[in-house]
Design a protein around this ligand. Structure first.
Ligand SMILES: Cc1ncc(COP(=O)(O)O)c(C=O)c1O
Length: 410
């Protein structure tokens, strides 16, 4: 039978990171490709104890095993608002109607897009940005335009010029420890972005799964906190990177009318996020376990990031420039020679190391010479081994590139 797939998915490639996962299943493979938190930092013992508690409480589980409201348990939404205060979202008047629980931050992104985007609508994104966002936005038929970024955040002149030229409905940013670059926007840059969004009537999707994974430096308030009237920023975060990705819980905080529309969109998607996961996370937060687990995880991340930075210094070619982020999960780099990191990938897999070619994170398909390296997934010794292999491979690839470019001998 002929399969008549939807136009929405017709042109979409599978996620490069998912494809890497399937190739990286080979025995002995070292993966610098994914975005998983360190296995060692997952609070498995605590979750086991909380699960035992809640599963033996039949009154509680009569809620857990049943259907529940689409926006999530009220107690959990309340806890989320309290938690959000601790990382700087302190806006007068925020209440339960401004928050919804979602199936991971990924679903909140999808619902926000579904709420706003018609085919052909324009969306601005940082260049480069989270691949998952690019894919979902493309499936809704959005026109994506990349905004240039520097060390302080988005280049404001470029942002304003593109707001005027493209009249975007949405701006999507990962302003803290970005996926893929690891960079963080300054406070001033955040305030200015929110000003511009208000001036040009653009809704901002602020995606913030990583800000709690801070290894060094001091915290910067979310963009949401510069949106004092709770007007134009939809703040999205997740329990994936701190508690567990498998729990599949995230949340969105924003204007009541927006949250209401996103809730209607969610009804058609999954009715509600897993009640059992919600009860687990609710108990977890009520017991005050969130920050202790972050504190335990940070030294693991610091050690791994430092191992990767040191190994890059030791083994990568000098022409490789890279970020040294204060947190998150990724180091991002570019080779000065325009070698194609996608073409280098299969040989890296032959040598048992996986990474993500940077091009997949660009709305305009540029960035062939860039690469994203994850430092959370492997221990320091393995990271050093993998970076040595990639360093050697990239030197060989650069040498081959220059040989091919050299004029033929007469
Ligand atoms: C920037 C960004 N946003 C959203 C997500 C989705 O995460 P989850 O759905 O597990 O919360 C990820 C996952 O890696 C991410 O890196």
């Amino acid at each position: 039978m002929e399969l008549r797939f939807s136009e929405a998915l017709m042109d979409l490639r599978g996620s490069a990171t998912r494809e890497i996962w399937s190739k990286a299943k080979k025995p002995g493979m070292i993966s610098l490709g994914g975005g998983s938190p360190a296995r060692e930092s997952l609070p498995m013992k605590q979750l086991e104890e909380i699960a035992a508690e809640i599963f033996s409480d039949y009154t509680l589980m009569s809620r857990g095993y049943n259907y529940a409201s689409t926006e999530g348990f009220d107690e959990l939404r309340g806890q989320v608002l309290e938690l959000a205060k601790t990382f700087g979202i302190e806006i007068p008047g925020l209440g339960l109607s401004n928050v919804m629980i979602t199936t991971g931050g990924g679903q909140a992104i999808d619902l926000a897009l579904r709420t706003f985007v018609n085919r052909g609508d324009s969306i601005l994104v940082e260049n480069p940005t989270y691949l998952g966002f690019l894919q979902v936005a493309q499936s809704y038929g959005a026109k994506l335009t990349g905004v240039e970024a520097g060390d302080n955040g988005l280049i404001l002149a470029d942002l304003e010029e593109k707001m005027i030229r493209h009249k975007p409905k949405l701006l999507y940013v990962v302003p803290t420890f970005s996926n893929p670059t690891g960079k963080t926007y300054t406070r001033e840059n955040r305030a200015a972005i929110v000003e511009l969004a208000k001036k040009y009537n653009v809704i901002i999707i602020e995606d913030d799964p990583y800000s709690r994974l801070r290894i060094s430096g001091s915290a910067v308030p979310p963009l949401k906190n510069f949106d004092r009237e709770n007007d134009c920023v939809i703040y999205i975060s997740s329990f994936s990177k701190v508690i567990s990705p498998g729990i599949r819980l995230g949340y969105a905080i924003g204007r009541e009318e927006i949250i209401r529309k996103m809730t209607i969109a969610k009804q058609g998607a999954d009715l509600s996020s897993s009640n059992i996961s919600q009860l687990l996370v609710l108990r977890y937060l009520e017991k005050g376990l969130y920050y202790p687990v972050v504190e335990r995880a940070i030294p693991v991340y610091r050690e791994r990031k430092n191992a990767m930075i040191n190994a890059i210094g030791k083994y990568f070619p000098e022409e490789f420039s890279h970020t040294d982020p204060d947190g998150g999960l990724f180091i991002w780099g570019a080779f000065k020679t325009p070698i194609d990191t996608a073409a280098m990938f299969d040989e890296a897999i032959n040598r048992n190391v996986a990474y993500v070619q940077g091009q997949t994170f660009y709305a305009d398909g540029s960035g062939i010479n860039t690469i994203r390296l994850n430092f959370s997934n492997e221990n320091p010794e393995t990271i050093e081994r993998a970076i040595k292999i990639l360093g050697e491979l990239s030197k060989e690839t650069i040498a081959a590139f220059h040989e091919k470019k050299m004029p033929a001998a007469s």
